[in-house]
Design a protein around this ligand. Structure first.
Ligand code: THU
Length: 139
């Protein structure tokens, strides 16, 4: 099956949707929720958290990754990101690299707009020719 046709896991979608509604974004008014399925089967969420000192705001994916590592998990098997609007918001460049640290090339990243339309890509499609931890193994 073409990965673009793969649907998000319903439990992960529900978790990302709930996190999306909890976003703290009084400046951009653009809510983002992320949910990560880890190798152990856990579901870990994050949302964007903005700040009056604008550059200190953090992305939903970054929050989810921090929570995942703090929970003792380091391997991602599926990711769902829910964003406001009619167009699925794909992870920003920085978050693509953050996800790449813990997700293999074939991991599916589902970008879901609040009104429904979804874009699904593999990690390698989202961040081609990427740099990752294995480059540091034998230097
Ligand atoms: N945002 C995320 O949470 N994840 C992304 O990958 C893109 C952008 C947030 C950051 C900011 O709070 C708002 O969306 C607008 O950029």
């Amino acid at each position: 099956m073409d990965v673009t046709e793969a649907r998000p896991d319903p439990e992960l979608l529900a978790a990302a949707t709930a996190a999306h509604l909890r976003a703290y974004c009084p400046y951009s008014h653009y809510r983002v929720g992320a949910a990560i399925r880890t190798e152990s089967g856990a579901v870990i969420v994050g949302c964007n958290v903005e700040n009056a000192a604008y550059p200190l705001g953090s992305c939903a994916e970054a929050g989810a990754i921090a929570a995942m590592v703090a929970a003792g998990e380091r391997s991602i098997v599926e990711i769902v990101v829910v964003t406001d609007g009619d167009t699925p918001g794909t992870p920003c460049g920085g978050c693509r690299q953050r996800l790449r640290e813990f997700a293999g090339a074939g991991v599916l990243v589902h970008s879901v707009s609040a009104s429904g339309p979804t874009t699904t890509m593999t990690m390698a499609e989202l961040l081609p020719h990427s740099f990752g931890p294995e480059f540091l193994d034998d230097h």
